[in-house]
Design a binder for this molecule. Sequence first.
Ligand code: PLP
Length: 390
Amino acid sequence: MNKPMIYLDNSATTPLSAAAREAMLCAMETFGNPSSLHPAGQAAQKLTDTAREQVLSGLGLRPRQKSGTLVFTSCGTEASSLALLGSVYAKERRVANRILTTDSEHPSVSRVMDRLAQSGFEVIRLSTRGGVLSADELEAALDRPILLASFMLVNNETGAVYDVGRHFRRIKAVWPDAVTHCDAVQGFLKVPFTPASLCADLISLSGHKLHAPKGVGALYIAEPIRTAKKLLPLLLGGGQEGGMRSGTENVCGIAAFGAAVADACKQGDALRQKLCDLRSYAEERLSPLELRINRPQGERAPHILNITLPSIRSETMLHALSADGICVSAGSACSSHAKTHSESLLAFGLTPSEADCSLRISFSEQNTRADIDALADSLQKNLARLVRVR
Ligand code: PLP
């Protein structure tokens, strides 16, 4: 008989929630194109309008509050490409050439930064050693005008929460024209924030990290950025999404994204508390084992725990855990395709060989203490076996 699956890789993706599934099934019956003016189109438009309000309200914004808009995209990666390339292309004159980011961004930001650096922009990657964004390096980088700053809110591998609001406020105080972008894909509804608290002009979100299906994300755009045309669309065509992202909308995905956000908002602090309790329990169960918990020095997201094993490659342990039906991640899901060391873990301060021996465990509110007991038991059994044969 197959073992039941214990899923502890919720930073890679999450199972669909009942609320998201229901919204999706309902949207499948609403087949109209939101751009059509007839009743079938209007019904589809109503679904996307509702979802937009639901996601905006997850960002702490009231419906029709005109501080910003939301553009639905295909994923968090697309949202960040739109934010970064769109804001750089929007600058007609290169009054500023300097771009600030961190050394531990998700590839959806760091690969775009590579491209911008190759195109002649000066890209400065600030240190996040120990899980803390360096205020000293930021201060030193403010001696010349800043075009764009992009800092993630929660690191997807270590769970470190960077003090984005404080740093963006400092940048705007010195260079008010700088555009600020935050990749909040891992932080949305796990760490409380609003666009104002982050001082962010642009915020990337993704549906499948919070129990919506894959294939839907969003970019929040602050009103002054939209009205001053400080962002150019990347996809051109029919002018959907207020002209910022042409292409017929993924109505089913969008409706499910809205429903998943509304569901998480309903749970509010109880959801975050449940995740915190699960992480504390996991630390309690894993601490006695022969492994190291990589705790960020500053604030931590409640759903991510990173560990380093004693000279056992993460892939070896991942396969051993999988044989017991337990799913965790060796580095981020994306970097598991790339055969290089995790940039985030090296930036955190791990050596390349420690990074090779690290696993990420990530929770959702659907997990239980019994899942963590099973993980701890399997880790203990496999550590004893693998340490002997290494
Ligand atoms: N940003 C962070 C921090 C992530 O963890 C991820 C996905 O793991 C992304 C962006 C990309 O999101 P998506 O998979 O929706 O493209």
